[in-house]
Design a protein around this ligand. Structure first.
Ligand code: PLP
Length: 454
């Protein structure tokens, strides 16, 4: 009998986060002040973030201890299970072994609470009483609402308009956990009002919602801004995923040849992949694959440049793969992957050839999601389904090469609030968006004149 689930005891929960910046072959590029173009220091970020998170953002330590109070909350759902996908392997007829780490068992249904709890904790420690944030698909907003409720903070969520309309129950969840929520762009902020004046029918974007949440936090002493992805400290908090996965793969007597994750801002991908990239930098051979939507192909068709994290140019400038800060991706159903940039740490690793990327059309991704649901049972989030699709592509490549490979992917969340998307797919109503070169060229005009990375 071959084992299906590989489980760890609560006592085996990782007690440290892993900081890939300490091991990367090229040092991260400095973050620049949006006004002066000069490198910024911790004090510049203090109006937006608590000092503990700023220190993690710039840390060069390879490991950072996880406070006991955070571990205590993590224990509600961590360690998460690792599965061997026997039935999926049979369904697709591969000789490769496919494993997946399942983050959908968290209360909010994704990996996002791993950082939400940590961020809420450090903010509370430093006396903030309220957090503002953006959310795309609603996974991050619900995770932060949950974390704020448990830690005892107020929370305001700016939810990208298209997702606000597509996903009413994510909205309800956020309200149930006590947070305030508005559709973005909203009339609550200067940035939101300016965009509404110009584009009253915009579906919104993460870039716009980030502008609103940053503005909200910058104007109030009691409020910090909280971001669900992209920043170094967010990726750091997610590394419990990969550390657990290494221990669980050991239980399975295996080590992956291929590690796969979907990339929006990059946090779930980093969470699984960084602890494996540590091994790769130390000399182990691993193919690390980042999967993104063809409608928002930041890593595969964007440029590596300094850009703003938001549409209204309120954030510092970071060196990353970007499609330009005013790029508004088509309203595809993987709302959490509709972001113009990608985490600087991941961008740097792509540039240094430690990570490769592929982009997929949403109908192909949904076909893989259905194949997964029909064999493994779990209904995956559309975002996570990009990783399923990538893992199946890796299995096909192994077959073509006549090899058996061990493939591990991150199933970052369940799709229980994405049923409207599945309905559309099953009714044949999902549109594939082929982004043309002209639109990419237009959007990239927005970064002309900004500093270029060294
Ligand atoms: C389930 C799920 N996976 C992945 C993502 C993408 O975010 P990230 O790239 O930060 O993991 C999201 C974002 O909302 C999500 O909800």
């Amino acid at each position: 009998m071959e084992q299906t689930k590989f489980l760890l005891e609560e006592s085996q929960l990782p007690r440290r986060w892993y900081n890939v910046a300490a091991d990367m072959p090229s040092p991260p590029q400095p973050v620049l002040h949006p006004g002066t173009g000069e490198p910024i220091g911790p004090d510049d970020l203090a109006p937006l973030f608590p000092m503990a998170l700023i220190q993690q953002e710039v840390s060069e330590q390879p490991e950072i201890a996880i406070p006991e109070e955070i571990l205590d909350i993590y224990r509600l759902w961590r360690p998460t299970p690792l599965y061997r996908a026997h039935r999926l392997e049979q369904a697709v007829g591969t000789r490769s072994r496919i494993f997946y780490k399942y983050e959908g068992v968290s209360p909010a249904g994704s990996h996002k609470p791993n950082t939400a709890v940590a961020q809420a904790y450090y903010n509370k420690q430093e006396g903030r009483t309220r957090l503002s944030t953006e959310t795309g698909a609603g996974q991050w907003g619900s995770a932060l609402a949950f974390a704020c409720k448990l830690i005892g903070l107020e929370c305001k969520v700016y939810m990208v308009r298209i997702s606000y309309d597509q996903k009413p129950f994510r909205r309800s969840m956020i309200q149930l956990w006590g947070a305030e929520i508005v559709a973005s762009p909203s009339s609550d902020t200067q940035s939101g009002r300016a965009i509404l004046d110009e584009f009253p029918d915009t579906p919104g974007s993460l870039g716009i919602a980030i502008s609103e949440a940053v503005e909200d936090a910058a104007q109030r002493d009691d409020t910090s801004y909280s971001l669900g992805s992209v920043l170094n400290h967010v990726l750091l908090h997610q590394t419990v995923i990969g550390q657990e996965a290494i221990a669980q793969m050991e239980l399975a007597g295996a080590f992956p040849d291929v590690v796969v994750g979907c990339v929006g801002g990059g946090s779930n991908f980093a969470g699984l992949a960084f602890p494996f990239i540590r091994e790769k930098i130390a000399g182990r051979e691993i193919d690390v694959l980042a999967c993104e939507p063809a409608a928002c192909p930041t890593l595969t068709r964007g440029v590596y440049a300094y850009d703003f994290g938001d549409t209204s140019k309120l954030t510092p400038l970071v060196a990353m793969h970007t499609l330009g800060h005013d790029f508004v991706p088509a309203p595809i159903h993987a709302g959490g992957l509709r972001y113009h940039g990608v985490a600087p740490l991941i961008s740097q690793l792509v540039k240094d050839d430690l990570v490769r990327a592929e982009a997929y059309l949403q109908n192909d991704v949904f076909a893989s999601a259905i194949q997964f649901a029909n064999s493994e049972g779990i209904i995956p989030a559309p975002e996570s389904s990009h990783a399923i699709h990538g893992a199946l592509a890796a299995a096909r490549e192994a077959e073509e090469a006549g090899e058996q490979r061990t493939i591990l992917f991150n199933l970052s969340g369940h799709g229980h609030f994405d049923m409207a998307a599945y309905d559309n797919y099953l009714a044949g109503k999902l549109e594939d968006v082929a982004l043309d070169e002209a639109e990419i060229g237009r959007a990239l005009h927005a970064i002309e004149g900004l500093p270029t990375p060294a």
